[in-house]
Write a protein that binds this ligand. Structure first.
Ligand code: F6P
Length: 542
């Protein structure tokens, strides 16, 4: 554990924080100048690792600001805090837990800083998950009437849904020969009916994913699934062949009839939003196969190694975290847009939204004092190409300045004759949008263009205002050389460590989530009278 007496209680106590405040108070050169006058600066704001290249040259960061940001990471002892996490120190102070999602993707040939016991537990469960997943894919694992499973229904919400579901879309090109995997998170009956109504119960496996096995939405859907299996002809005494539980609470899942041999475990030191690497990845492993799932883990491990060894100034998670802190705390920009351009990353932003906002949406420092600085940004977005035809107008000409993470894939593997043309269109748009946001187009340049186009003199001045662009919108581009299980694993780990680094600098606990409790408590309080009025036990069946 880093020496808690030397760790800052608040980043405002760090000399680099004050230096950054002074730099932010001075006039800042426009990006259109920074981009064209200082190539060394662009080089310092770019870095590559694990097949991912970060181009942060369109961030509003000068060499002096860059140096002060690196100093901030040093003074905040980001490295020591990172090492404490990897070592398994109980850094989740309010729940007295270690934070060891990194152990889930540890090197199977080495024990890792968390120790041999955890490595052995992880390896055992990973083997069970991959063996079961490959058994479902091969037909070795079957339903009550020995029919192979053609459809898997994953019931889960939040971190028990978003990760595997996002990855399944991102790696859809690897799932074509597998059983179909459906994801249901919403307890609205239509969400489940719309999946079940076309399925053959004899060939359907229900996977209930829940760390606590107490989440009301998940248990509501799970109970309906068990009812559907029996109503659809699966003998009650054989229903368990169609049930899988993935949980850190096996006693609870066993009480609800989930068989031990089809219950896959993870541990309380895995946060829900960091759990895709655990047994919760089973539906993904069924989709892509056990070998590809291990490649996915290896990609994350490669990013872990980079995070732990690269100098701060070439460290991708650190550079992304620092750019975010400059935008959030010094340029006072409250949101962060994430726009992938590859359509298979369609669910990536909602996934990062939970990871970032459930981690850093905090108002209390680690020591229990009120946060003295702004913390987690509002993360939003979706596919960039669609955004261009929806909300990019506001980005270019509205009254908000919104920092943007663009995510692109450099290679194309779609088996269509004109795929390379599609690919060129997509990535050209990504590049053009990043450049347009940075450079803008001045009123003078716009006026000259309009004049060339023959716009009447009387209209010129007014129209030039309407059609000019302030620019100076900060963005980063993340280029993946290809979209593979390993690259996806590296990309997710990159964002996980970015979130960690920001929390380490802000001195907040990124790994608890007390904010979700009040709503659940309120629901139970409101349900009691409602249940009484309907003469049914609270939390029970109608
Ligand atoms: O949103 C609160 C939360 O606890 C998330 O952190 C978690 O991923 C989700 O609900 C589901 O929880 P469980 O996996 O325990 O059902």
């Amino acid at each position: 554990m880093p020496d808690m007496t030397t760790l800052h209680a608040t980043p405002t106590a760090l000399p680099a924080w004050s230096a950054l405040g002074e730099l932010a108070a001075a006039p800042l050169t426009h990006l259109r100048e920074l981009l064209h006058t200082d190539t060394e600066r662009s080089r310092r704001l770019s870095a590559s690792a694990c097949g991912i290249t970060l181009d942060a040259s369109r961030q509003r960061i000068t060499p002096a600001i860059h140096s002060a940001l690196i100093a901030l990471a040093e003074q905040a002892q980001v490295g020591a805090q990172r090492d404490a996490m990897f070592r398994g120190d109980p850094i989740n102070l309010t729940e007295h837990r270690p934070v060891l999602h990194v152990a889930l993707r540890g090197d199977p040939k080495a024990d890792g800083p968390w120790g041999q016991a955890i490595s052995a537990d992880v390896a055992r469960e990973l083997d069970r998950v991959c063996t079961f997943a490959d058994g479902v894919r091969s037909g070795a694992v079957t339903g009550h009437s020995e029919l192979v499973f053609t459809d898997i229904v994953n019931i889960g919400i939040g971190g028990s849904d978003l990760g595997p579901r996002m990855c399944a879309d991102a790696l859809a090109h690897l799932t074509v020969a597998a059983p179909r995997v459906h994801y249901v998170s919403n307890p609205d009956a239509w969400a489940l009916y719309s999946v079940l109504h076309s399925l053959d119960a004899a060939r359907t496996l229900i996977v209930v994913s829940s760390k606590t096995f107490t989440t009301q939405e998940t248990l509501t859907n799970a109970a309906s699934c068990q009812r559907w299996l029996v109503d659809s002809g699966v003998p009650a005494e054989r229903v368990s062949r169609h049930l899988v539980a993935i949980t850190a609470s096996p006693k609870k899942s066993a009480e609800l009839g989930y068989p031990a041999d089809q219950t896959f475990l993870f541990w309380d030191w895995v946060g829900g939003r960091y759990s895709v690497w655990s047994a919760l990845g089973l539906p993904l492993a069924i989709g892509i196969g056990g070998a590809a799932f291990r490649e996915f883990l290896a990609g994350a491990r490669a990013m872990d190694d980079h995070f732990c060894t690269a100098p701060l100034a070439q460290n991708l998670p650190v550079l992304m975290a620092l750019a975010g802190i400059w935008n959030r705390n010094f340029l006072h920009l409250p949101t962060q847009l994430i726009v992938p351009y590859a359509s298979r990353l369609v669910r990536f932003t909602p996934f990062v939204q939970q990871m970032d906002m459930e981690s850093n949406g905090k108002r209390t420092h680690i020591d229990g004092t009120p946060a003295t600085v702004d913390t987690g940004a509002i993360v939003w977005g979706g596919l960039g190409i669609d955004g261009q035809h929806a909300y990019f107008q506001l980005l270019h000409q509205g009254k908000h300045t919104v920092p943007v993470d663009f995510i692109g894939v450099q290679s194309e593997d779609t088996p269509l004759p004109l795929a390379s043309t599609h690919h060129a269109v997509v990535n050209l748009n990504l590049r053009a949008q990043a450049q347009a946001m940075a450079e803008g187009r001045s009123v003078e340049a716009t006026r000259a263009l309009l004049q060339q186009d023959g716009v009447a003199a009387a209209e010129l001045d007014a129209l030039a205002q309407h059609r000019s662009f302030e620019g100076n919108i900060p963005s980063s581009i993340l280029w993946l050389d290809r979209l593979s299980p390993a690259r996806l694993g590296s990309l997710i780990a990159l964002y996980e460590h970015k979130v960690f680094t920001q929390a380490a600098i802000w001195r907040i606990n990124a790994f608890d989530q007390w904010g979700v409790e009040l709503g659940k408590t309120m629901a139970k309080q409101m349900e009691a009278p409602l249940a009484a009025a309907q003469h049914r036990p609270a939390g029970g069946k109608a």
